[in-house]
Design a protein around this ligand. Structure first.
Ligand SMILES: Nc1ncnc2c1ncn2[C@@H]1O[C@H](COP(=O)(O)OP(=O)(O)OP(=O)(O)O)[C@@H](O)[C@H]1O
Ligand SMILES: O=P(O)(O)OC[C@H]1O[C@](O)(CO)[C@@H](O)[C@@H]1O
Ligand SMILES: [Mg+2]
Length: 440
């Protein structure tokens, strides 16, 4: 059970400097829409969970609210900031970079901001990466493009060398924008910073199109990526309905978490089956997926199947498990396997079929953020700047149950966010598709 110690936020020291935003905060109080800096956000959100703790309300575990503080730790005129983006692309990376730079410059008066190129390798001299000076002029329109103007990478880098670079450039605040690996990397940086007795704040903005970071409502860019994915589901549905025995098969990103598959399916409401990593399925036999699909195609003449890339890995025999440069497991190609098995099964059963396979892959994550995600990114960037200027470190900023909060990095990587097979989302998917609770 999560307790106070899991939610405690580290600070570099007391905030002694009046914030340039202080005037705007004078009338601020806790309301339905904001939480005052001295207040806390409850961690539990059901009576049964809170009640099970059997403690007075004042002792319930709570999160530090995000947002501007009256007093800050860093002197803006003397503050130097670094920004880095790591891991896979995600819509909104440029929006976050832009939001950080604009907030730092325009509202806090920070004048020295640099971007490190190509992820954590941008800190390491042997790669020869340059640093990019970031100003409002440079970032003003970068949100029009997908990707990240700083570039990104996978692969382990030595935290000692990263902190060497921070020291050489006299960086006071480092913003890391990335997923679970990036946050783990940032924790290593914090460890070295502490060992060297430095006062450098490291604040994360969590990034993942897979939506697999826990304790947050939804990661930025997820909504854009899932909207892009609906285009492939629609195309698969049109193709399936336009051919005798048409089967539209769509493989979507999602290594360990099937959120993109679930939400894009719900958005289109065209799919008959959704297969995700969290819900194992049998392929063969009377109750297996293939027989169910055969009956569906025979009854209705067509079917649409959405499969998350991490689903059904146990069925892939010829796959040699390996890891990418960051240590992420390389998955077998479930999409191609399903395409082959579906055709073979329908052929064998004498059912005319036309299987059309869609793998939109990188196309869903390389696009610019949609307006909702852009607004979300900007707000996350604001929250990250407020947190860092107030000397918070080893935290990510996140929106949880619609409140911006500070979540310690250790908690953010303590587990993965999954589609709960017993939860409401999966239930909605089962209702929308009409597929059985389990195959086999
Ligand atoms: N376990 C780890 N410990 C320290 N650093 C790590 C660790 N895993 C990854 N990193 C660092 O973080 C960077 C990004 O990690 P990774 O490639 O796993 O992407 P990610 O941040 O998890 O994003 P994605 O959502 O794309 O997986 C790596 O290049 C590496 O430098
Ligand atoms: O091929 P790459 O760039 O290493 O990344 C692929 C992976 O990255 C993600 O998009 C997460 O960032 C996963 O959904 C996907 O499996
Ligand atoms: Mg990751």
């Amino acid at each position: 059970m999560i307790g106070h110690e899991d939610l405690a936020v580290r600070t570099l020291g007391p905030c002694r400097i009046d914030s340039p935003l202080a005037e705007r905060l004078a009338a601020r109080e806790t309301t339905q829409h904001s939480v005052q800096e001295g207040d806390r956000v409850l961690f539990d959100d059901t009576l049964s969970m809170a009640g099970a703790r059997d403690v007075p309300v004042s002792e319930l575990p709570s999160l530090e609210p995000g947002g501007p503080r009256q007093r800050i730790y860093f002197d803006p005129a003397k503050t130097r900031v670094g920004i880095v983006t790591c891991g896979g692309l995600c819509p909104g990376l440029n929006d976050v970079i832009r939001g950080l730079v604009l907030e730092l410059c325009r509202h806090y008066g920070v004048r020295r901001i640099v971007g490190f190129r190509n992820g954590y390798r941008g800190f390491i001299p042997r790669y020869g990466e340059d640093v990019v000076d970031l100003s409002p002029d440079v970032v003003q329109h970068i949100d029009d493009e997908g990707g990240t103007i700083l570039g990104t990478s996978r692969g382990m880098q030595d935290p000692e060398e990263i902190v060497d670079a921070l020291e050489r450039l006299a960086i006071n605040i480092l913003f890391v924008i990335g997923g679970d690996g990036t946050i783990r990397g940032a924790m290593e940086v914090v460890r070295v910073v502490q060992e060297r007795g430095l006062k450098i704040a490291v604040v994360g903005v969590p990034k993942t199109i897979d939506n697999d970071i826990p304790y947050i409502d939804q990661s930025f860019g997820f909504q854009t990526a899932m909207s892009e994915a609906t285009k492939s589901i629609h195309a698969a549905s049109v193709e399936a309905r336009s051919a005798p025995g048409g089967v539209g098969l769509v493989k979507l990103m999602g290594r360990h978490s099937g959120f993109i598959a679930c939400y894009s399916t719900l958005a289109k409401d065209d799919a008959d089956y959704v297969l995700i990593p969290e819900v194992p399925f049998a392929l063969h036999g009377e109750g297996g997926f293939l027989e169910h699909l055969r009956r569906r195609v025979e009854d209705r003449g067509h079917a649409v199947v959405v499969v998350a890339e991490g689903a059904g890995q146990e069925h892939i025999e010829e796959h040699e498990p390996g890891r990418d440069a960051s240590g992420n497991v390389r998955l077998g190609d479930i999409g191609r396997l399903m395409r082959r098995l579906i055709s073979e099964h329908l052929d064998k059963a004498g059912v005319e079929n036309n299987v059309r396979y869609f793998d939109p892959s990188y196309a869903i994550r390389s696009v610019p953020a949609n307006p909702y995600d852009s607004a979300y990114c900007l707000r996350l960037a604001h929250a990250a700047v407020h947190a860092a200027m107030a000397g918070r470190t080893e935290v990510i900023v996140a929106r949880r149950r619609r409140r911006f909060v500070h979540i310690p990095m250790a908690l953010a990587v303590s587990r993965r966010n999954h589609v709960d097979p017993l939860g409401d989302l999966w239930m909605s998917v089962l209702e929308a598709t009409g597929q059985p609770v389990r195959f086999g």
